[in-house]
Design a binder for this molecule. Structure first.
Ligand SMILES: Cc1cc2nc3c(=O)[nH]c(=O)nc-3n(C[C@H](O)[C@H](O)[C@H](O)COP(=O)(O)O)c2cc1C
Ligand code: SF4
Ligand code: SF4
Length: 439
């Protein structure tokens, strides 16, 4: 039997049994939930942000949007914990006594711009036995109006002062949870690093945004008795921004210990976070959408991937593409590639034709005799648009000469009938999965 790859990872020398951690949000609102998740295999959890006094939420405060049934974006106007710190002191003890011994409990806390206000919540959670502390300098709605949250996290100097004060009193490692709502995250990360921070959580929610309008009731959403307020955005839509932010922080603080957070819904997203520098990932929206049970697929998917790539530890994934993200001007501007459409794969659905004609080079055309779409390399500008649209993976970007050669050869070769191409696609998409499911 092959050795299983090592899913264990460390952040600021704290060991996690796997890289999947519940981020700070409704799935970590109380001890009962956190203990249940811990027993299901989550390696750690960041409990809802403790602030003195606790906060209240409007009804409703969460709104989700999907595309074709797939989760896309989540907006919330939820504040911090609704429970007093005394309750969290009891819950931290309960979680530490009932969760598996290797489960890592991370306590999120918040004060205001006065560094001294962070010390009481810090001492109370660490005296109760937490393993790690996360500084919420990044809540983007409600809090900034009170000079808290992202108001603090947008000011590199303030972040440095708070980290310095917290580190004087901290007995456990401390992560600072950064806000993505900044022009440049790098000086903020550098300031926290200079003040002695142990880790970074990148990042809190984005925007802020107004997710939509009920155009029949004339109400902005989420509607709280007809009124709304901009709120933090999360979910798959924010992942590209987070990948960039993780990369930027690790480029200025190469030794940064990073929890990636934002848009992770699958093991694949997690690997992407790790490849730009995260050592573990936190998840929120995906858990709000599907529940704690996704942990099994996350872990199994990562094991399968690591076996396939022959990686024996998570460490081998961390930062793997960091030195391949370069300034725009460092890219190669040679026009090296043209597309080739594989006539054996094309099912003549036509999804690529109008986009190439109207937004690309106009290279794609329908060959009515062969009932197939072809790309004339002479007109292809190598923009890559059509490759994203083809449901069959029939379009490839190839070196110019190769694309031209294949195109010319394909014109002389007979093409399998359209019905046989459609049959193959139908078999793959419907019949094979059904047979597999029935087995
Ligand atoms: C409903 C909701 C409540 C949240 N509450 C908190 C919070 O109390 N403290 C905090 O630091 N982040 C909070 N967040 C932000 C998340 O921890 C996380 O940064 C964000 O959701 C991005 O991750 P995701 O794309 O996996 O959802 C909250 C997010 C949501 C959706
Ligand atoms: S790469 Fe651009 S120009 Fe070339 S075929 Fe595709 S859409 Fe058309
Ligand atoms: S999108 Fe793909 S399958 Fe559909 S016509 Fe274009 S090349 Fe063929």
């Amino acid at each position: 039997m092959p050795n299983l790859p090592e899913l264990r990872t460390t952040v600021a020398s704290v060991e996690f049994s796997n890289p999947f951690i519940l981020g700070c949000a409704p799935p970590t609102r109380d001890a009962e939930r956190i203990i249940r998740a811990a027993r299901m295999g989550w390696a750690g959890a960041v409990h809802k942000t403790v602030v003195i006094p606790p906060t209240k939420d409007p009804t409703p405060h969460i709104i989700l949007r999907s595309i074709d049934g797939y989760p896309f974006v989540n907006q919330n106007i939820e504040l911090l914990t609704t429970y007093p710190v005394e309750q969290w002191e009891k819950w931290i003890k309960e979680i530490k006594s009932k969760a598996p011994s290797d489960f890592v409990l991370i306590s999120s806390i918040m004060g205001n711009p006065d560094p001294a206000t962070w010390i009481e919540p810090l001492q109370r959670v660490q005296d109760a036995g937490t393993d790690f502390v996360e500084l919420n300098v990044s809540c983007p709605h409600g809090s900034p109006e009170k000079y808290m949250g992202a108001y603090v996290g947008q000011d590199a100097g303030l972040v440095g002062k708070i980290v310095k004060e917290v580190k004087k009193h901290a007995k456990v490692p401390v992560s600072v949870k950064l806000t993505p709502i900044v022009t440049d995250i790098k000086p903020i990360a550098q300031s926290a690093h200079g003040a002695g921070i142990d880790a970074f959580t990148i990042a809190n929610t984005h925007g802020t945004g107004i997710i939509g309008i009920d155009i029949y009731k004339d109400e902005p959403l989420p509607s709280v008795k007809g009124l709304s307020t901009p709120g933090g955005l999360s979910g798959p839509a924010v992942k590209p921004v987070v990948l960039k932010l993780i990369h930027e922080v690790s480029s200025v603080v190469p030794e940064a210990q990073i929890f990636g957070l934002g848009g992770v819904s699958s093991w694949y997203d997690a690997v992407e976070h790790m490849m730009v520098g995260a050592r573990a990932v936190q998840l929120v929206t995906a858990v709000m959408w599907h529940g704690y049970g996704i942990i099994d697929n996350l872990k199994q998917g990562l094991v399968n991937y690591m076996n396939e790539r022959k990686f024996s530890s998570v460490e081998e994934i961390v930062g793997r593409v960091s030195n391949k993200i370069v300034p725009h001007s460092s890219l190669d501007f040679e026009e090296w590639g043209k597309t080739f459409v594989d006539p054996e794969k094309c099912i003549a659905c036509g999804k690529c034709l109008d986009p190439c004609r109207d937004a690309g080079g106009g290279a794609l055309y329908y060959d009515a005799d062969a009932k197939v779409v072809r790309s004339n390399p002479k007109d292809c500008i190598g923009c890559g648009l059509c490759i994203n649209l083809c449901p069959e993976g029939a379009i490839k970007l190839l070196p110019k000469d190769e694309a031209e050669k294949k195109y010319n050869e394909s014109l002389l070769k007979p093409v399998p009938s359209l019905s046989s191409r459609l049959h193959r696609a139908y078999q793959r998409d419907y019949v094979d999965p059904l047979i597999k499911a029935l087995k």
